[in-house]
Design a protein around this ligand. Sequence first.
Ligand code: ADP
Length: 872
Amino acid sequence: MTIPSSEGATPVMAQWFALKKEQPDALLFFRMGDFFELFFTDAEAAANALDIALTARGTHAEQPIPMCGVPVGTASTYLSRLIKKGFKVAVAEQVESPANRPKGQKGPLARAIVRLITPGTLTEDELLNATQANYILSIIPQAKSKTPHLGIAWIDISTGIFETTSIVQPQLQDLLARVNPSEILAPKDFVLEKHETIKTSLSHLHSFKTAQQELATLFNVNSFNALGDFTQEETIASYELVYYIQKTQSGRIPQLSRPQLQNYQSILAIDPATRSSLEILQNKEGQQDFTLFSSVDHTITAPGARLLAHWLSSPSTKIEQIRAKQEGWIYLQQNTPLLLELRNTLKGSPDLSRSLGRLSLGRGQPRDLSSIRNGLRIARDLAIVLKKIEQETGRSCRLIQTIHQRLLFGDTVLQKLTESLEENPPLKIEEGMMIKEGYDKELDSYRRLRDHSHQIIIALQKKYQEKYNINTLKIKHSNQLGYIIEVTNSNSSKLRDHPDVILRQGTANLSRFTTVELNELSEKILEASMLAAEREKSLFYTLIEHVLQDEQIPILANAMAIIDVLQSCATLYASHHWCVPTLTNDTNFKLKECRHPVVEAAIRHQTTFTPNSCDLSDDKRVMLLTGPNMAGKSTFLRQVALSVILAQSGLPVPAAQADIGIVDHLFSRVGASDDLAHGRSTFMVEMTEAASILHQAGPKSLVVIDEIGRGTSTLDGLAIAWAMLESLHNTIQCRTIFATHFHELVKSTQHLHCLKPFTMKVQEWKNKIIFQYEVIPGAAEHSWGIHVAELAGVPQQTLKRAQYLLDMLENQRNSEQITLPLPHTELENTKQKAVSKEHELLRNMLKKIDPNELTPKQSLNILYELKKIIDK
Ligand code: ADP
């Protein structure tokens, strides 16, 4: 159904219609008591997505109103499910309380949308993945240009990270795969090909001038360009993001770091297909296990894990940056006991950045403040350990020194929070008891009055019990009546006739009374509690302001994340025989005894991984790798590509030695699969990817390709693979590993002088093959496909038939003629045997003849002989 017109709506429903009009694209969570209710199409969509009951509430235009609801207390789990399914949710709260409503005013309490929750604007831990950044990204194309540049900006509002870059259209998919935003803002008419991320259309763009002015005000600078040399489009993209965030957060802007301008050239280009084939941060199922990330992650904190993911997803092409990171962890691993101490100190470290994010959006709770305090304490302890390392090793490291200085930031804030905040504050502000006794005289005096009054109440209860001779008399507090005397009905007669006592309420079992004395006391207590609560809240908000004003705390939080990643690298280096790669600006490429970190970990319990070396330097820059299926070809290809990513991310490499000339663009095509979602067959996917490599690769690229030309006929496939190999070798001249099952390629590419053939070593034993997983010079003699089929459990009968057909095809191929085998029937089997025998005889006879040596008579005789063979 569609949403009907609001005409004739009840007052509450009229409010709903008005709010829905403000956010027509979002599901409206409409607060009613302890529930968020949804109506009409929202209710239908949410009930379906959440698998909850769809009911009805009253009628509108004589039709029942579909409704479903979720309890306020557990709303976040439902929200998280809806957001994951791509919905946006507008939360409408009651913004008026019955207590402060003008007397005599009728109608429902006022409600307003207090927040628009979209996938890119989340801040709650329950809605976010602790180890993944959550970006919202905006794209602004250059106006009136045929090949427009795109200005891109992205922000993680949960941590304040803010970055921008400029690219050309063909680089967009690479960038989106790297940043992996959960929401994209783009002009209405901007077409986003092949992207599942939720897109929010911008119907009206702000002008460059407005964007510049607003951003300058936000960052408190004279001109936005004081922060970097931003293009017009980057500036507008940045402001559109800020504007959208402000709109979704009811006017608030989170604390954002100053925008960092990213130079596209300084990051290793990795296209989406390569990223997914290498399973860097996510495996094929979209999970984090069995990924490059999981195999190298020894971080202890969530911000550390997020930063490591950031390093791995954007490896650098700048040697100085990579070396600085390397120096950091090489320095930390020198002293194992102190490295351990560093790790232990990091344990229990809170997520400072996300707490800061929530505080800056006015969504912070007492535990966010205590996180800041605890984090600052841990930062100091980390600084002490770093000092110890410097003292014990007698060495220093530039990066570590900078981190050390930053860990000491935020001194006054730490002091303030230590003095003021309870060690273990409650979850919610409303619970009170966040501020320490002794911190604020005014609060202490209200609290004393409040608590002292409690004692007076207890004394009064005792007094009344004796005075009226009722042992069971109680003084209780009720929200409606305040403090009251409560007795059972059997005792109520003792009070009813008493002049000092006033009856307030009677129920089936109980009677409630009050006295003037109790009333006065009640008011005093209430006032003291209220004043205490108000004072405490105001102190709490002042503390938040204090924290937010200190611009150094986000820098300190970042320093903690860096130290966590560096210790993770040091731990990895120390524990698993990893090496420090040497990076150069040439096209050198040598890996000695390299391993695949994920496969090595996966097979650890059954067998050991066989390391392999690889030299792609200059005159050996193209490696042609043949070998049977399951022999370890794709593992080898991937481990070489992963080593580049690790090395250029500043991490150790799983090898005995690694000398890598910086790679500017990495292409990996290993294990292509159908892309049925976009209507492309395996072959089409393969060819699209081949095209993109041939168009984009350059002399500093690394290309690893597996099995090009599988999905078409043998000759087609062979021809394509051959031509592609020549292009890579002769024209592009990049470092390449080309794995193929076309053995013929080895012979036909002998003239390519920088190409070296290699094969996977296999051993034959009793007609079986044993994989050695070793890459050796040379070419494979067989493809062993039938043996692999046997290993996979293909039935013997089929295997025998395949072997027979293979022999026949090989014979035919030797006679330079390929024909398709006949269908598989017994009769045809026999026929075929005969044909093949006849063929063999003819072949043998013809082989012996040299036509130049024959007399006409001899020729005629031979012709008779040949005729005889076929007439048999
Ligand atoms: P191919 O690409 O040649 O079909 P794979 O690379 O997929 O072969 O390897 C098949 C399996 O062999 C892997 O899943 C792994 O279990 C094992 N394997 C591959 N390389 C090695 C190695 N170097 N050492 C030990 N086992 C390996």
